[in-house]
Design a protein around this ligand. Structure first.
Ligand code: FES
Length: 238
């Protein structure tokens, strides 16, 4: 399958976290080789109001859909400042992951589609989940990880979603967030995108769920944040 590459090193990205939101936006827009800009989407609570950072509880996993109406993403408050780190890939490419956002710079977001074989949370079950610090993964014997029980890939949300263990070749795709005037927005992606593969693999399921394949590929400009347990009937930890 054809997979698009968006990852190239760009030194100026290192300064992004020091810029104002407006400059950040401009800078992101110019980083087309590694950052892919999508529609800016405000994150909302279930009442349709902008979600506040304090509503995102530490240790709980949340989902929202971005950049497409059918592509789930995790929203996680890691409870402490999460610093930018350089993410290196097995093919030798690398990029600077911008770390957390919000008043404590503790909130991160990743695409919830596993980069191994595209397992993702559905309304029936979620094989890929965030394990808070007090819930140990059976694979790496620690918490504060995202693990996919389909084939036991484990990712580190504090270090740009890099692979800690298992067969996944790439880190989780980062959903780039922006925090402006107390509101959270998703503005694009950073890393290896697999949306084309996802749409190819699940075309008939998505068609059924969203009434048409075209509707499943609609880009969002707002997205409601839900607890994973509110979305998926069964949450599988391993
Ligand atoms: S699909 Fe997630 S580890 Fe294989």
């Amino acid at each position: 399958m054809e997979r698009r590459e968006f990852l190239k090193v760009c030194g100026s990205f290192a300064s992004l976290t020091l810029l104002s939101p407006a400059l950040l936006k401009e800078s992101f827009a110019s980083q087309s080789n590694e950052f892919k800009k999508y529609k800016k989407a405000i994150l909302l609570n279930k009442d349709g109001n902008p979600i506040k950072p304090e509503d995102i509880k530490v240790g709980k996993q949340y989902l929202f859909f971005y950049p497409y109406v059918s592509t789930p993403a995790f929203l996680i408050n890691l409870g402490k400042e999460v610093k930018p780190v350089e993410v290196k890939l097995s093919d030798g490419s690398k990029y600077l992951w911008p770390g957390g956002v919000g008043p404590q710079k503790s909130i991160v977001a990743f695409c919830a589609i596993c980069p191994h074989q595209l397992s993702y949370p559905t309304p029936d079950y979620s094989f890929i989940n965030y394990y808070p610090s007090d819930k140990k993964s059976g694979v790496v014997k620690r918490g504060n990880i995202i693990q996919c029980c389909a084939h036991l890939s484990v990712f580190d949300p504090e270090k740009g979603g890099v692979v800690i263990d298992g067969p996944a070749e790439y880190p989780l795709l980062t959903i780039v967030l922006s925090y402006e005037d107390g509101k959270l927005y998703a503005v694009g992606t950073l890393g290896k995108e697999l949306f084309r593969d996802f749409f190819d693999a699940y075309r008939s399921d998505l068609k059924k769920m969203y009434k048409s394949f075209r509707k499943a590929k609609k880009k969002v400009d707002k997205s409601v944040v839900l607890g994973v347990e509110e979305y998926a009937k069964e949450i599988i930890f391993c």
